[in-house]
Design a protein around this ligand. Structure first.
Ligand SMILES: C[S@@+](CC[C@H](N)C(=O)[O-])C[C@H]1O[C@@H](n2cnc3c(N)ncnc32)[C@H](O)[C@@H]1O
Length: 331
Protein backbone atom coordinates (compact mmCIF):
# COMPACT_ATOMS: atom_id res chain seq x y z
CA UNK A 1 0.00 0.00 0.00
CA UNK A 2 1.37 3.47 -0.93
CA UNK A 3 2.02 6.01 1.84
CA UNK A 4 -0.86 8.18 0.49
CA UNK A 5 -3.22 5.23 0.78
CA UNK A 6 -1.99 4.22 4.28
CA UNK A 7 -2.45 7.80 5.51
CA UNK A 8 -6.00 7.83 4.09
CA UNK A 9 -6.87 4.39 5.54
CA UNK A 10 -5.60 5.39 8.99
CA UNK A 11 -7.66 8.60 8.87
CA UNK A 12 -10.87 6.81 7.72
CA UNK A 13 -10.54 4.41 10.66
CA UNK A 14 -10.77 7.36 13.07
CA UNK A 15 -14.05 8.67 11.59
CA UNK A 16 -17.41 8.18 13.32
CA UNK A 17 -20.00 6.06 11.49
CA UNK A 18 -23.67 6.91 11.19
CA UNK A 19 -26.18 4.41 9.73
CA UNK A 20 -23.36 2.67 7.84
CA UNK A 21 -21.93 5.91 6.40
CA UNK A 22 -18.79 7.74 7.50
CA UNK A 23 -19.80 11.00 9.14
CA UNK A 24 -17.90 14.24 8.61
CA UNK A 25 -20.95 16.56 8.89
CA UNK A 26 -24.53 16.27 10.15
CA UNK A 27 -27.05 14.98 7.58
CA UNK A 28 -28.64 17.84 5.62
CA UNK A 29 -31.46 16.87 3.23
CA UNK A 30 -31.57 18.47 -0.24
CA UNK A 31 -34.17 21.22 -0.64
CA UNK A 32 -36.12 19.16 -3.21
CA UNK A 33 -37.08 15.46 -3.02
CA UNK A 34 -33.92 13.44 -3.71
CA UNK A 35 -35.83 10.56 -5.36
CA UNK A 36 -37.34 12.96 -7.97
CA UNK A 37 -33.98 14.44 -8.99
CA UNK A 38 -33.18 12.17 -11.97
CA UNK A 39 -36.62 12.39 -13.51
CA UNK A 40 -36.57 16.21 -13.33
CA UNK A 41 -33.31 16.29 -15.32
CA UNK A 42 -34.34 13.53 -17.75
CA UNK A 43 -31.68 11.07 -16.46
CA UNK A 44 -32.92 7.55 -17.22
CA UNK A 45 -29.69 5.55 -16.78
CA UNK A 46 -26.22 6.12 -15.36
CA UNK A 47 -23.49 6.47 -18.02
CA UNK A 48 -19.72 6.31 -17.44
CA UNK A 49 -18.83 9.14 -19.89
CA UNK A 50 -18.56 12.03 -17.39
CA UNK A 51 -16.36 10.13 -14.93
CA UNK A 52 -14.24 8.68 -17.72
CA UNK A 53 -13.88 12.10 -19.37
CA UNK A 54 -12.83 13.65 -16.06
CA UNK A 55 -10.11 10.98 -15.60
CA UNK A 56 -8.86 11.51 -19.16
CA UNK A 57 -8.75 15.28 -18.56
CA UNK A 58 -6.63 14.72 -15.43
CA UNK A 59 -4.23 12.50 -17.39
CA UNK A 60 -3.93 15.01 -20.27
CA UNK A 61 -3.04 17.78 -17.82
CA UNK A 62 -0.50 15.76 -15.87
CA UNK A 63 -2.50 15.73 -12.62
CA UNK A 64 -1.10 13.30 -10.05
CA UNK A 65 -3.68 10.58 -9.35
CA UNK A 66 -1.61 8.33 -7.10
CA UNK A 67 -3.52 9.43 -3.97
CA UNK A 68 -7.23 9.21 -3.02
CA UNK A 69 -10.02 11.08 -4.84
CA UNK A 70 -12.82 12.96 -3.07
CA UNK A 71 -16.15 13.70 -4.74
CA UNK A 72 -18.26 16.46 -3.19
CA UNK A 73 -22.05 16.66 -3.76
CA UNK A 74 -22.49 13.31 -5.53
CA UNK A 75 -26.29 13.67 -5.81
CA UNK A 76 -27.66 10.52 -7.45
CA UNK A 77 -24.22 9.48 -8.78
CA UNK A 78 -24.14 10.99 -12.27
CA UNK A 79 -20.38 11.64 -12.05
CA UNK A 80 -19.66 8.97 -9.43
CA UNK A 81 -20.70 6.13 -11.75
CA UNK A 82 -17.89 6.73 -14.27
CA UNK A 83 -15.35 7.95 -11.70
CA UNK A 84 -15.71 4.72 -9.71
CA UNK A 85 -14.93 2.75 -12.87
CA UNK A 86 -12.01 4.90 -14.07
CA UNK A 87 -10.21 6.63 -11.21
CA UNK A 88 -6.69 5.16 -11.26
CA UNK A 89 -5.79 5.97 -7.62
CA UNK A 90 -6.22 3.64 -4.63
CA UNK A 91 -9.27 5.14 -2.88
CA UNK A 92 -12.40 7.09 -3.76
CA UNK A 93 -14.37 8.93 -1.06
CA UNK A 94 -17.89 9.74 -2.30
CA UNK A 95 -19.72 12.43 -0.30
CA UNK A 96 -22.87 14.50 -0.06
CA UNK A 97 -24.54 16.38 2.81
CA UNK A 98 -27.72 14.35 2.14
CA UNK A 99 -27.71 10.73 3.26
CA UNK A 100 -30.71 10.12 0.95
CA UNK A 101 -28.54 11.11 -2.04
CA UNK A 102 -25.69 8.90 -0.78
CA UNK A 103 -28.05 5.88 -0.64
CA UNK A 104 -29.26 6.57 -4.21
CA UNK A 105 -25.65 6.83 -5.40
CA UNK A 106 -24.70 3.59 -3.64
CA UNK A 107 -27.59 1.88 -5.44
CA UNK A 108 -26.74 3.42 -8.84
CA UNK A 109 -23.01 2.76 -8.69
CA UNK A 110 -23.66 -0.95 -8.11
CA UNK A 111 -21.19 -3.65 -7.19
CA UNK A 112 -18.97 -4.08 -10.27
CA UNK A 113 -15.23 -4.53 -9.96
CA UNK A 114 -13.75 -1.08 -9.46
CA UNK A 115 -10.37 0.52 -9.92
CA UNK A 116 -10.40 2.19 -6.47
CA UNK A 117 -11.80 1.20 -3.05
CA UNK A 118 -15.02 3.12 -2.45
CA UNK A 119 -16.05 4.88 0.77
CA UNK A 120 -19.21 6.93 1.42
CA UNK A 121 -19.42 9.88 3.81
CA UNK A 122 -21.90 12.55 4.83
CA UNK A 123 -19.97 15.77 4.16
CA UNK A 124 -20.99 19.39 3.81
CA UNK A 125 -18.34 21.32 1.86
CA UNK A 126 -18.50 24.05 4.51
CA UNK A 127 -16.70 21.54 6.77
CA UNK A 128 -13.85 20.84 4.32
CA UNK A 129 -11.42 22.72 6.55
CA UNK A 130 -11.49 19.81 9.05
CA UNK A 131 -10.00 17.36 6.49
CA UNK A 132 -6.30 16.56 6.89
CA UNK A 133 -3.89 18.65 4.81
CA UNK A 134 -2.36 17.12 1.65
CA UNK A 135 -4.70 14.09 1.77
CA UNK A 136 -6.34 13.99 -1.69
CA UNK A 137 -4.92 13.93 -5.20
CA UNK A 138 -8.25 14.91 -6.72
CA UNK A 139 -11.36 16.77 -5.56
CA UNK A 140 -14.11 16.30 -8.13
CA UNK A 141 -17.55 17.86 -8.36
CA UNK A 142 -20.31 18.35 -10.86
CA UNK A 143 -22.91 21.11 -10.50
CA UNK A 144 -22.07 21.59 -6.80
CA UNK A 145 -19.87 24.69 -6.36
CA UNK A 146 -22.82 27.04 -6.86
CA UNK A 147 -24.53 25.42 -3.80
CA UNK A 148 -21.65 26.19 -1.43
CA UNK A 149 -22.15 29.34 0.66
CA UNK A 150 -18.59 30.54 1.11
CA UNK A 151 -16.78 29.84 -2.15
CA UNK A 152 -13.56 31.56 -1.10
CA UNK A 153 -13.27 29.49 2.09
CA UNK A 154 -14.05 26.37 0.07
CA UNK A 155 -11.27 27.05 -2.48
CA UNK A 156 -8.81 27.73 0.35
CA UNK A 157 -9.79 24.50 2.16
CA UNK A 158 -9.57 22.49 -1.09
CA UNK A 159 -6.07 23.83 -1.78
CA UNK A 160 -5.05 22.81 1.74
CA UNK A 161 -6.33 19.24 1.54
CA UNK A 162 -4.95 18.64 -1.98
CA UNK A 163 -1.60 16.94 -2.46
CA UNK A 164 0.96 18.87 -4.54
CA UNK A 165 0.39 18.02 -8.22
CA UNK A 166 -3.28 17.22 -7.52
CA UNK A 167 -6.34 19.17 -8.71
CA UNK A 168 -9.78 20.48 -7.86
CA UNK A 169 -11.93 19.82 -10.93
CA UNK A 170 -15.47 21.14 -11.30
CA UNK A 171 -17.97 20.79 -14.12
CA UNK A 172 -21.45 22.04 -14.99
CA UNK A 173 -21.07 25.30 -13.05
CA UNK A 174 -23.12 28.33 -14.16
CA UNK A 175 -21.18 31.27 -15.62
CA UNK A 176 -22.36 34.79 -14.94
CA UNK A 177 -22.36 36.46 -18.37
CA UNK A 178 -24.16 33.57 -20.11
CA UNK A 179 -26.79 33.38 -17.38
CA UNK A 180 -27.40 37.12 -17.32
CA UNK A 181 -27.83 36.97 -21.10
CA UNK A 182 -30.44 34.22 -20.61
CA UNK A 183 -32.20 36.36 -17.97
CA UNK A 184 -32.20 39.44 -20.23
CA UNK A 185 -33.67 37.33 -23.04
CA UNK A 186 -36.26 36.07 -20.55
CA UNK A 187 -37.33 39.69 -19.95
CA UNK A 188 -38.24 40.00 -23.65
CA UNK A 189 -40.44 36.87 -23.80
CA UNK A 190 -43.69 38.49 -22.59
CA UNK A 191 -43.57 41.53 -24.95
CA UNK A 192 -42.42 39.40 -27.91
CA UNK A 193 -45.24 36.87 -27.44
CA UNK A 194 -47.78 39.67 -26.88
CA UNK A 195 -46.69 41.31 -30.16
CA UNK A 196 -47.17 37.95 -31.90
CA UNK A 197 -50.72 37.71 -30.50
CA UNK A 198 -49.97 34.90 -28.03
CA UNK A 199 -51.88 35.29 -24.79
CA UNK A 200 -49.78 34.37 -21.77
CA UNK A 201 -51.46 31.87 -19.41
CA UNK A 202 -51.28 32.75 -15.71
CA UNK A 203 -48.99 29.74 -15.07
CA UNK A 204 -46.61 30.90 -17.83
CA UNK A 205 -46.41 34.42 -16.35
CA UNK A 206 -45.52 32.85 -13.00
CA UNK A 207 -42.82 30.64 -14.54
CA UNK A 208 -41.37 33.59 -16.42
CA UNK A 209 -41.25 35.77 -13.30
CA UNK A 210 -39.60 32.92 -11.41
CA UNK A 211 -36.99 32.48 -14.18
CA UNK A 212 -35.85 36.11 -14.37
CA UNK A 213 -35.99 36.60 -10.59
CA UNK A 214 -33.97 33.42 -10.04
CA UNK A 215 -31.15 34.52 -12.33
CA UNK A 216 -31.02 37.96 -10.69
CA UNK A 217 -30.89 36.23 -7.29
CA UNK A 218 -27.99 33.98 -8.40
CA UNK A 219 -26.08 36.95 -9.79
CA UNK A 220 -26.47 39.34 -6.88
CA UNK A 221 -23.84 39.31 -4.15
CA UNK A 222 -25.53 41.65 -1.69
CA UNK A 223 -28.13 39.12 -0.43
CA UNK A 224 -27.88 36.53 2.36
CA UNK A 225 -28.08 33.18 0.51
CA UNK A 226 -27.67 30.92 3.56
CA UNK A 227 -31.05 29.23 3.21
CA UNK A 228 -31.18 29.01 -0.62
CA UNK A 229 -30.21 25.75 -2.32
CA UNK A 230 -28.70 27.16 -5.57
CA UNK A 231 -26.72 30.31 -4.82
CA UNK A 232 -24.09 31.65 -7.21
CA UNK A 233 -22.89 32.37 -10.75
CA UNK A 234 -19.18 32.45 -11.56
CA UNK A 235 -16.71 34.44 -13.61
CA UNK A 236 -13.77 32.35 -14.81
CA UNK A 237 -11.30 35.21 -14.26
CA UNK A 238 -12.42 35.58 -10.63
CA UNK A 239 -12.09 31.84 -9.93
CA UNK A 240 -8.67 32.02 -11.62
CA UNK A 241 -7.55 34.81 -9.26
CA UNK A 242 -9.02 33.05 -6.22
CA UNK A 243 -7.25 29.81 -7.16
CA UNK A 244 -3.94 31.60 -7.74
CA UNK A 245 -4.17 33.17 -4.27
CA UNK A 246 -4.17 29.62 -2.87
CA UNK A 247 -1.55 28.03 -5.13
CA UNK A 248 -4.01 26.63 -7.71
CA UNK A 249 -3.60 27.30 -11.42
CA UNK A 250 -6.81 27.50 -13.46
CA UNK A 251 -7.51 26.02 -16.87
CA UNK A 252 -11.08 26.84 -17.97
CA UNK A 253 -12.93 25.00 -20.74
CA UNK A 254 -15.94 27.17 -21.73
CA UNK A 255 -19.21 25.29 -22.26
CA UNK A 256 -17.42 21.92 -22.00
CA UNK A 257 -18.81 18.96 -20.05
CA UNK A 258 -16.69 16.16 -18.55
CA UNK A 259 -18.23 13.79 -21.10
CA UNK A 260 -16.67 15.81 -23.96
CA UNK A 261 -13.25 14.43 -22.93
CA UNK A 262 -14.34 10.78 -23.35
CA UNK A 263 -14.93 8.89 -26.62
CA UNK A 264 -16.39 9.83 -29.10
CA UNK A 265 -14.97 13.23 -27.99
CA UNK A 266 -18.00 15.13 -29.18
CA UNK A 267 -18.98 18.45 -27.58
CA UNK A 268 -22.32 18.17 -25.81
CA UNK A 269 -22.86 21.95 -26.06
CA UNK A 270 -24.32 22.73 -29.48
CA UNK A 271 -25.48 26.35 -29.29
CA UNK A 272 -26.75 29.04 -26.96
CA UNK A 273 -30.32 28.61 -28.24
CA UNK A 274 -30.41 24.87 -27.46
CA UNK A 275 -28.91 25.42 -23.99
CA UNK A 276 -31.44 28.22 -23.32
CA UNK A 277 -34.47 26.14 -24.34
CA UNK A 278 -33.23 23.09 -22.40
CA UNK A 279 -32.65 25.26 -19.34
CA UNK A 280 -36.25 26.50 -19.49
CA UNK A 281 -37.48 22.92 -19.90
CA UNK A 282 -35.41 21.00 -17.33
CA UNK A 283 -34.39 23.62 -14.76
CA UNK A 284 -37.37 26.00 -14.93
CA UNK A 285 -39.98 23.34 -15.84
CA UNK A 286 -41.63 25.36 -18.66
CA UNK A 287 -44.28 23.23 -20.39
CA UNK A 288 -44.11 22.07 -24.04
CA UNK A 289 -46.72 24.55 -25.34
CA UNK A 290 -44.98 27.57 -23.78
CA UNK A 291 -41.61 26.37 -25.10
CA UNK A 292 -43.06 25.98 -28.60
CA UNK A 293 -44.15 29.66 -28.60
CA UNK A 294 -40.78 30.81 -27.23
CA UNK A 295 -38.68 28.89 -29.75
CA UNK A 296 -40.90 30.13 -32.61
CA UNK A 297 -41.19 33.81 -31.70
CA UNK A 298 -37.74 34.40 -30.19
CA UNK A 299 -36.05 32.81 -33.19
CA UNK A 300 -34.47 36.09 -34.46
CA UNK A 301 -32.92 36.89 -31.06
CA UNK A 302 -31.67 33.32 -30.53
CA UNK A 303 -30.31 33.13 -34.09
CA UNK A 304 -28.47 36.44 -33.58
CA UNK A 305 -26.58 35.04 -30.56
CA UNK A 306 -25.89 31.69 -32.28
CA UNK A 307 -24.56 33.56 -35.35
CA UNK A 308 -22.13 35.57 -33.19
CA UNK A 309 -20.60 32.28 -32.01
CA UNK A 310 -20.53 30.30 -35.26
CA UNK A 311 -16.75 29.86 -35.26
CA UNK A 312 -15.71 30.10 -31.62
CA UNK A 313 -17.06 28.82 -28.29
CA UNK A 314 -19.38 31.15 -26.43
CA UNK A 315 -20.98 32.83 -24.69
CA UNK A 316 -19.64 30.93 -21.67
CA UNK A 317 -22.76 29.72 -19.85
CA UNK A 318 -21.18 26.75 -18.15
CA UNK A 319 -17.89 24.88 -18.34
CA UNK A 320 -15.20 22.79 -16.71
CA UNK A 321 -12.78 24.39 -14.21
CA UNK A 322 -9.49 22.55 -13.60
CA UNK A 323 -7.53 24.09 -10.72
CA UNK A 324 -4.19 22.33 -10.39
CA UNK A 325 -2.04 22.59 -7.29
CA UNK A 326 1.45 23.36 -8.40
CA UNK A 327 3.95 20.73 -7.30
CA UNK A 328 5.83 23.23 -5.06
CA UNK A 329 2.74 24.95 -3.52
CA UNK A 330 2.77 24.97 0.29
CA UNK A 331 -0.49 23.96 2.09
C1 LIG B 1 -27.33 20.07 -8.56
S1 LIG B 1 -26.97 18.76 -7.49
C2 LIG B 1 -25.68 17.89 -8.41
C3 LIG B 1 -25.62 16.44 -8.08
C4 LIG B 1 -24.61 15.62 -8.88
N1 LIG B 1 -23.26 16.05 -8.63
C5 LIG B 1 -24.93 15.69 -10.36
O1 LIG B 1 -24.08 16.14 -11.13
O2 LIG B 1 -26.03 15.28 -10.76
C6 LIG B 1 -26.07 19.55 -6.20
C7 LIG B 1 -25.50 18.63 -5.16
O3 LIG B 1 -24.74 19.40 -4.23
C8 LIG B 1 -25.03 18.97 -2.93
N2 LIG B 1 -24.76 20.10 -2.03
C9 LIG B 1 -25.56 21.16 -1.73
N3 LIG B 1 -24.96 21.95 -0.83
C10 LIG B 1 -23.77 21.39 -0.55
C11 LIG B 1 -22.70 21.73 0.32
N4 LIG B 1 -22.75 22.82 1.10
N5 LIG B 1 -21.65 20.90 0.38
C12 LIG B 1 -21.56 19.79 -0.39
N6 LIG B 1 -22.53 19.42 -1.25
C13 LIG B 1 -23.62 20.22 -1.33
C14 LIG B 1 -26.49 18.57 -2.97
O4 LIG B 1 -26.87 17.74 -1.89
C15 LIG B 1 -26.56 17.90 -4.34
O5 LIG B 1 -26.22 16.55 -4.28
Amino acid sequence: MSSASSKFTAWVETLPKWHGLLQLSPDRPYMHAEEDYDSQYGVTAMEPADGEGLCRLLATHGVDTTGPALEIGCGTGYLTFGLARNYPGPDFLVTDPSQAFLRLTQRHVGNDAYTARRHFAVLNADDLGQLPSEMFSVIAMRSTLHHILNVEAFIAASARTLRPGGALVMGAEPCEYGYVLMGALGQTIAPVLAAAGVELEAAWKKQLGNFVDTIRFYCRRDIDKTTAEDKHLFNPHELGELGAAHGLQLKFFPNATFGDFAPPFQAEFVSFSIFFLNYLKYCMLFDAEFLKHISRHLKPQLKYIDDCYRSHVGPAITGVFLLKKTADAAS
